[in-house]
Design a binder for this molecule. Structure first.
Ligand SMILES: NC(=O)c1ccc[n+]([C@@H]2O[C@H](COP(=O)([O-])OP(=O)(O)OC[C@H]3O[C@@H](n4cnc5c(N)ncnc54)[C@H](OP(=O)(O)O)[C@@H]3O)[C@@H](O)[C@H]2O)c1
Length: 402
């Protein structure tokens, strides 16, 4: 396999390079395909903004000059026909593209359905058109890699299979629905296109360092906790949320993306219930990490954790009042379903395939701790962390991107 990749050349088209997953995948892509160039489709007002945005992603990846030289940015809006490119540029790109990695999406849980569809479904339709052109104009070696989400399962419960998609389920938000609709398009295209679909769960930092470029979901709670803005957590402590480290997702995609039998298949890149710590442990270790991070003498109280059902019976009037005034209530609203109910993603076969290639899921609680420390030290993407809760920037009270 490595010998084949060493001889492999052409372009790899990538969307979402400025994102959390994309900026972690890019350096790995360059190393995996040493003779390929990467063309990154990036939004921006003009070429200089696009190049500056690429440079930031490259800086995060810590790339050597020779690796940087193999990446170019193309100003594009992937939601537009032919990505908004001139037809001649689009066709020339398709002719030399041997792999597509489509990661770009809006992961804002608060968007209305029409906006989520425009961001996630329209763009996927454009990527499929491009992939058709790659196959027509390029070689038979072409492959498309599409990043979906495990949460296309929506409100379905029980064992959630990799082969299951639209089962008449409901959705917790428009993001889930639009990603299901996008994945449906990709699934339908499997008959004519060589495609592999990946469904990660909630992505956290890298194993060991906790590094990550974007901070949402779990990190929004860390951010409020560091400000001592969580008087009460409405969460079912027995529920096991599903987290996966960025490096596991990237390595899995790069490995599966070259397996002949992965063509036409869908993979859960998830931890699975057996490997997932419950919310009691997740928030317990988050507060332990915070306590260790704060300067001596600063104490943060771990908030009481009550399920939605327990809230009215067990919370005191004072607790309820503090909760209602706290910005955490917006996060609770956004993530309500994930905090109250667990999802049982079937990932046994995928984990076994990956383990056989040395790609092993690490201990998730350990990576969560590392991710928490990294987020605090990096001040959620801003350099020079403040170690005093009073110095940490006040988050907006509005619901955040998730
Ligand atoms: N993060 C998670 O926990 C998670 C879990 C499961 C699945 N996923 C999936 O993983 C993929 C990557 O997510 P992420 O966490 O990296 O998200 P992210 O950090 O928000 O990055 C999203 C990327 O998509 C780009 N993008 C969005 N719309 C675009 C457009 N019209 N034209 C060009 N680029 C566009 C963004 O560009 P800008 O910088 O210009 O906005 C950014 O690079 C998504 O498909 C997401 O659904 C993520």
């Amino acid at each position: 396999m490595n010998d084949k990749l060493n001889r492999f050349n052409g372009a790899i088209l990538m969307t979402g390079v400025t994102g959390g997953l994309g900026s972690a995948l890019l350096p790995r892509l360059l190393r995996r395909y040493p003779h390929c160039e990467v063309v990154a489709l990036i939004r921006g007002a003009d070429a200089s903004e696009v190049n500056a945005r690429l440079a930031e992603a490259l800086d995060f990846g810590g790339l050597a000059p020779a690796e940087r030289a193999r990446v170019s940015a193309c100003r594009a809006d992937i939601g537009q026909p032919r990505f908004g490119l001139d037809a001649s540029v689009w066709h020339a790109l398709a002719e030399r593209t041997v792999r597509v990695f489509h990661l770009a999406a809006s992961v804002d849980f608060g968007l209305p359905l029409a906006a989520s569809r425009a961001a996630n479904v329209d763009s996927t339709r454009q990527v499929l058109d491009f992939a058709d052109a790659c196959l027509r104009q390029g070689g038979s070696d072409f492959r498309l890699n599409y990043v979906s989400t495990a949460y296309v399962a929506g409100t379905r419960r029980g064992r959630l299979g990799e082969n299951e998609l639209g089962c008449g389920q409901g959705f917790c938000n428009a993001y889930e629905q639009s990603k299901l609709e996008a994945e449906t398009l990709v699934t339908q295209a499997r008959e004519r296109l060589p495609v592999t679909i990946y469904r990660p769960s909630q992505i956290i930092g890298e194993t060991g360092s906790g590094r990550i470029r974007k901070f949402f979901g779990y990190y929004e709670f860390v951010r409020l906790a560091a400000r001592d803005k969580i008087p009460l957590l409405v969460v079912n402590t027995a529920v096991r949320p599903d987290f996966v480290p960025t490096d596991y997702v990237c390595e899995a995609m790069l490995h599966l993306g070259e397996l002949p039998h992965a063509l036409g298949r869908t993979y859960h890149l998830t931890a699975g219930l057996a490997r997932s710590p419950n919310f009691g442990l997740v928030f317990g270790s988050m507060y332990q990490e915070l306590a260790a991070w704060l300067p001596p003498g600063r104490v943060l109280e771990t908030p009481r954790m009550l399920s939605a059902r327990e809230l009215s019976q067990r919370a005191t009037a004072q607790e309820l009042q503090r909760f209602r005034r706290s910005p955490v209530k917006f996060l609770q609203r956004t993530y309500h379903s994930y905090l109250e109910e667990e999802r049982d993603f079937d990932c046994d076969a995928t984990q076994a395939t990956l383990a056989a290639a040395g790609i092993v899921l690490p201990d998730i609680e350990t990576v969560l701790r590392q991710s928490t420390r990294y987020a605090l030290d990096a001040r959620y993407g801003r350099a020079h962390a403040a170690r005093n809760v009073d110095e940490v920037e006040e988050p907006s009270d509005a619901p955040q991107i998730a």
